[in-house]
Design a protein around this ligand. Structure first.
Ligand code: SF4
Ligand code: SF4
Ligand code: SF4
Length: 480
């Protein structure tokens, strides 16, 4: 039989005297990172911070955090393809956080909120001219007015909002709420919007003399046409006319929709909802449209014909000749809607003019348009925001074992909103959860000091780095 002295080694001096820090070849350090959701959001919304605010029931603060960069959050939350959600780390564990629905919920919750507190009292003499009050123009106007600039906006339509109002189907977006978001920006004193006022390219030189900057934000609203083809509808034209009550979609017929982008899906959606049979004729073997829009029309019964091209169209006889994957086929139809993309006839060729949004060559989607307005505003105001050394908290950095599995919660009220926000891992952000402190065998971490490491006692085992559920801690080599 052994005595306890023989089987347990113990120290005759206090543990504090045993500075195991001298053993280490690598050391942990506090290294907060960008979450992939924020990185992939064109507006770079601070999603993990917003989720922390929501978890703590700070709804107003969460709304204001989003609103600071995005004055149309109800609209983006409703129709953005949610690049954030597509790249959410949580999808590797159970399901992505419902970020876009959280965004639209917050936008709706604060739709009547008085935003005057977000405006500064700064006064500037510079007048800025913006042509177009769509998402890019609205975003730029808000950011500039907030900093004291006087902004004159010329919009050719009777209302603002651009494509979300005139192009996106009513069933995808509640236009009444979306219009309220636009009107809230329009009501800012420093923004003067002149509706039903079309600016032509010949007006630009005169405007340049009157304003410090002239920025074109008209979007692309003219259809790409097929020469020689008659008796057809053009997708973007009919969508704009429909939303200005100048066109009605036909019903109970058979229609061909040419194109694989979002306009094609939107036209198909209206046709399908009017009990039409719809064939979508796509040139390639994949569609360019957002996945959720494609799924929606498929569910409603759209027939998608890939690798197909229109050869002939005779409206009187109601027939189309289509080349499908090298073979020609006749399809009887009541009409054709061409959705081959959009262009701009007015400003595209004009050089020496600043352009934002779709016409500025940015990717054609709502959140990218808002981001382009924001970026232009930073440039005009003189704010440096470019950070080239972004570190992303990838799923490999997350300790998945510690995260309890829980599927997505449908957001219907504040409770479910909090529930869904609580599912967020808060990737890359220290929530002071103390997991690292608990697991450190040498008591070398003090979380209360925004993880401070006591390098006298940290022997560089890397357990904290392995255990952190948010990928906050990084390791670096120690050169001895
Ligand atoms: S704008 Fe789009 S990508 Fe950004 S947070 Fe909203 S839904 Fe996500
Ligand atoms: S879990 Fe949260 S912080 Fe992480 S990527 Fe998803 S939404 Fe962003
Ligand atoms: S384990 Fe928790 S307390 Fe420690 S760094 Fe990570 S998030 Fe912060």
């Amino acid at each position: 039989m052994h005595s306890i002295d023989q089987i347990i080694s113990y120290s005759y001096i206090p543990i504090t005297e045993n500075k195991v820090g001298t053993w280490r070849f690598s050391e942990p350090f506090f290294d907060e990172k960008t979450s992939p959701c924020s990185f992939h959001c064109p507006i770079n919304q601070e999603i993990s911070h917003i989720m922390i605010l929501l978890e703590n029931k700070k709804y107003k603060e969460a709304f204001l955090n989003m609103f600071e960069k995005n004055p149309l959050l109800y609209t983006t939350g409703s129709v953005c393809p949610a690049f954030c959600k597509q790249n959410c780390n949580r999808k590797e564990i159970d399901s992505s956080i419902d970020i876009n629905n959280i965004e639209s919920y917050l936008g709706k919750m604060f739709i009547d909120y008085d935003i005057s507190e977000t405006l500064s009292n700064e006064k500037r003499d510079d007048r800025i001219c913006i042509i177009g009050f769509g998402p890019a123009g609205i975003s730029l106007s808000y950011q500039l007015a907030k900093k004291g600039f006087i902004v004159d906006v010329f919009e050719k339509m009777e209302k603002g909002g651009g494509m979300p109002i005139y192009g996106i189907p009513d069933i995808r977006l509640d236009k009444k709420i979306a219009e309220k978001e636009i009107k809230r920006i329009e009501a800012i004193k420093k923004i003067n919007v002149y509706y039903s006022t079309e600016i032509k390219k010949d007006d630009i030189e005169k405007l340049k003399k009157e304003y410090k900057r002239v920025i074109v934000a008209t979007g692309l609203q003219d259809p790409v046409k097929i020469e020689g083809l008659e008796d057809v509808y053009y997708g973007i034209d009919v969508l704009i006319k429909y939303h200005t009550k100048k066109f009605s979609f036909p019903s109970n017929g058979h229609y061909l929709v040419l194109g694989g982008g979002n306009t094609a899906m939107d036209v198909a959606l209206y046709l399908l909802n009017n009990s039409n049979k719809v064939d979508i004729i796509a040139r390639r073997d994949v569609l360019r449209a957002f996945e959720k829009e494609v799924e929606e029309v498929k569910k409603l019964g759209a027939n998608i014909i890939f690798k197909a091209e229109l050869k002939e169209w005779d409206k009187k006889r109601g027939g189309a000749l289509i080349n499908i994957n090298g073979k020609e086929d006749k399809i009887k139809a009541d009409g054709i809607f061409i959705c081959f993309g959009q262009k701009d006839k007015n400003f595209t060729d004009l050089k020496n003019i600043e352009k934002i949004g779709d016409i500025g060559g940015f990717e054609a989607n709502l959140s990218t348009a808002i981001a382009s307005g924001l970026k232009k505003a930073y440039e005009i105001i003189g704010i440096e925001k470019e950070n080239k050394n972004i570190k992303i908290a990838t799923i490999e950095m997350i300790n998945k074992d510690i995260i309890e599995k829980k599927d997505k919660t449908e957001i219907i009220n504040n409770e479910t909103l909090i529930e869904e926000a609580s599912r967020c891992i808060k990737c890359g952000i220290c929530t002071e959860c103390k997991v690292c402190e608990t697991f450190c065998p040498d008591l070398a971490i003090d979380v209360n000091k925004r993880p401070e490491f006591d390098y006298d006692y940290c022997k560089g085992c890397g357990i904290c780095y392995m255990e952190c559920p948010r990928g906050v801690i990084s390791l670096r080599e120690v050169n001895r």
